[in-house]
Design a protein. Sequence first.
Length: 140
Amino acid sequence: MGSKRLSEYRDITAGAGTEVLRRYRKSFAGYTAESLIVSCLVYAMLSSFFLAVFLVKYRIEFVLALPFIAMLFACYLWLSMLPHSIAQRPERMFRSRRLMSTLGLALTVLTALSFLDMPGLDQLTNRSFTPVDMQRKAHP
């Protein structure tokens, strides 16, 4: 939603100015382009964090899909920065080939990781990365 607001903000201020923007939607009175970009960044970071927690909890291999999910977020932000962006009309988002290709790639990676076992990743879920030998005696 932040990207949609950013796209609207950029288009309306470029053409008609901030006064028309405030009449269009009262909530725009408190926004600036910078605050909207920062909110997009914060929302993306928080959603990535919680998504990562869920994915790791469900299946550790899914952590490898996070770069592709980040590409999806980046593509959507890029779309919102374009003049007359389709990000203003979410019901038309499927018309963006780049966004749909990025989504397809992320889904393909997630699907592949659903069937691929990587036992080496299990050590990432251990409480300690360094093995401790409890049997070893201390030197006097």
